[in-house]
Design a protein around this ligand. Structure first.
Ligand SMILES: *Cc1c(COP(=O)(O)O)cnc(C)c1O
Length: 358
């Protein structure tokens, strides 16, 4: 019997969430973002769940090639483009489109002699100041690309820093959209701006393509809950109680003895720890469900185990089912307790966790 820790992927939820994105942007095509092994859900499963997407976007070249090998025929977009000239052959062979975010990439395209042109997406830095050309560089970069035999279609994209946060004083989505529109004004080619937060909250920026990621997996891109938007969790991480301890007032639990019982109590030991991807920083109080009853983590998360309070669930036993996140326990609630975001938790599920599908 393997260790009873499983990430169950709900492929029908992937499809449902894609439909939520399509409804939010009914006139846009959709790049379903599948980077980081489809946010931990598996590329092959994502490909099936997102059959109705217009294209798949990711940052890993090997993942893009795998999508082709798995039979994905529609567009594939490398969101960070390519990293060295040697990559270009693979882009041509597998018909991969590339974001172009810096002059060095244009130089590589210029010196390449390719069997077929590559479709590119000129990335504009509209204020986030990670990747992309400044608005002033946009037109010269476009002209350079336009002149190259190695370049086919040219499209445009930018990325929002705060689409989930209308109160952000440093940079608003409106300001970024305005800078982007000015930068590419008059240039022919499709536009794409919106991540999940913008797709859900700013229909006005939907344009030709949206690029939702986390929402497709049932994660919230911001402060409102995923359920609020009609999203369904696409992953349930579950395990079992593999031990029970009856402790007395004053007894301590786990490394660092961070939890000391205020009264006699029953605690459960769950087969899941930080080596499985559960956040070590989740404090006492982080929600967990045991046998359908909501309770909390107590003490430190260890490598392979965590301890939970069984006070609200007196009738459970070794073998009782434990839900760490997913159906009935939004991943964002666990993330918030651990001072992180649902994105990080879903991406961090470790290779040793068994994957199932329903
Ligand atoms: C990851 C990513 C997205 C998706 O972002 P979410 O917040 O997960 O919706 C969209 N565009 C680009 C360029 C990305 O890297």
């Amino acid at each position: 019997m393997p260790r009873p820790l499983t990430a169950t992927i709900h492929v029908s939820a992937l499809t449902h969430n894609l439909n939520v994105a399509k409804k939010a942007a009914p006139h846009s095509k959709v790049w379903a973002v599948v980077k980081a092994n489809a946010y931990g859900h598996g590329l092959e499963r994502a490909m099936r769940g997102f059959k109705a997407a217009d294209g798949l976007g990711l940052v890993e070249l090997e993942g893009a090639v795998k999508l082709r090998e798995l039979g994905w025929k529609k567009p594939v977009l490398l969101l960070e483009g390519f990293f060295e000239s040697a990559d270009l052959k693979l882009l041509v062979r597998h018909r991969l489109e590339a974001a172009i975010h810096c002059m060095e990439q244009i130089n590589m395209l210029e010196s390449a002699s390719l069997a077929a042109p590559i479709d590119v997406h000129l990335k504009i830095n509209s204020g986030m100041n990670r990747l992309g050309f400044t608005p002033a560089q946009a037109k010269p970069a476009y002209e350079r690309l336009r002149a190259l035999k190695s370049v086919g279609n040219i499209r445009f994209l930018t990325h929002f820093a705060n689409a989930d946060d209308p109160a952000n004083a440093a940079l608003s989505a409106q300001e970024q959209a305005k800078r982007f529109a000015e930068a590419v004004d008059g240039l022919p080619g499709e536009r794409s701006l919106s991540n999940s937060a913008a797709s859900l909250l700013h229909g006005e920026f939907a344009s030709d393509w949206i690029r939702p990621g986390v929402m497709l997996y049932g994660g919230s891109p911001g402060k409102r809950s995923a359920g609020d938007f009609g999203l369904q969790p696409a992953m349930t991480l579950s395990s079992e109680l593999i031990g029970i301890q009856h402790i007395s007032r004053g007894d301590a639990v786990g490394y660092g003895s961070r939890f000391v019982a205020g009264q006699a109590m029953k605690i459960g030991v769950v087969a899941c720890g930080y080596a499985d991807g559960y956040p070590r920083h989740a404090p006492t109080g982080t929600p967990v469900i045991v046998d359908g009853i909501r309770t909390q983590v107590i003490g430190r998360i260890s490598m392979d185990l965590m301890t939970v309070d069984l006070t609200p669930a007196p009738d459970v036993h070794v073998g009782s089912k434990v839900t760490l996140w997913g159906k009935n326990l939004p991943i964002d609630e666990v993330a918030q307790a651990a001072d992180t975001i649902g994105y990080e938790l879903m991406c961090a599920v470790a290779p040793r966790v068994k994957i199932a599908e329903d």
